[in-house]
Design a protein around this ligand. Structure first.
Ligand SMILES: [Zn+2]
Ligand SMILES: [Zn+2]
Ligand SMILES: [Zn+2]
Length: 90
């Protein structure tokens, strides 16, 4: 998470989507643990971060082409764009 580039994907996020439930939708299905949660800004799904064993958020970004996630951790207010490796705050 060192990106400093400006990215059009983050700039295009008007209303930040937040987690509907504080759990990784995919880990829940397979009974796997997760570390941190991220919410896709394109479709609103909440998935686990790259510190988690299954890295569902980045897998989702690659498979779906949805570029931007928001941290779903309490008190954290940042967005991250996978293709541009860019961070934004809100
Ligand atoms: Zn971007
Ligand atoms: Zn997961
Ligand atoms: Zn998505």
């Amino acid at each position: 998470m060192t990106g400093k580039k400006k990215c059009a994907h983050i700039a295009a996020v008007r209303t930040v989507r937040t987690a509907k439930r504080r759990e990784c939708e995919e880990c829940v299905k397979i009974g796997a643990p997760w570390v941190h949660l991220r919410t896709c800004q394109e479709c609103g799904v909440t998935l686990c971060c790259d510190s988690s064993p299954n890295k569902h958020a980045s897998k989702h970004a690659r498979a779906s082409g949805h570029p931007v996630i928001a941290s779903a951790e309490p008190g954290e207010r940042w967005l991250y764009c996978y293709p541009d490796d860019a961070i934004g705050t809100y």
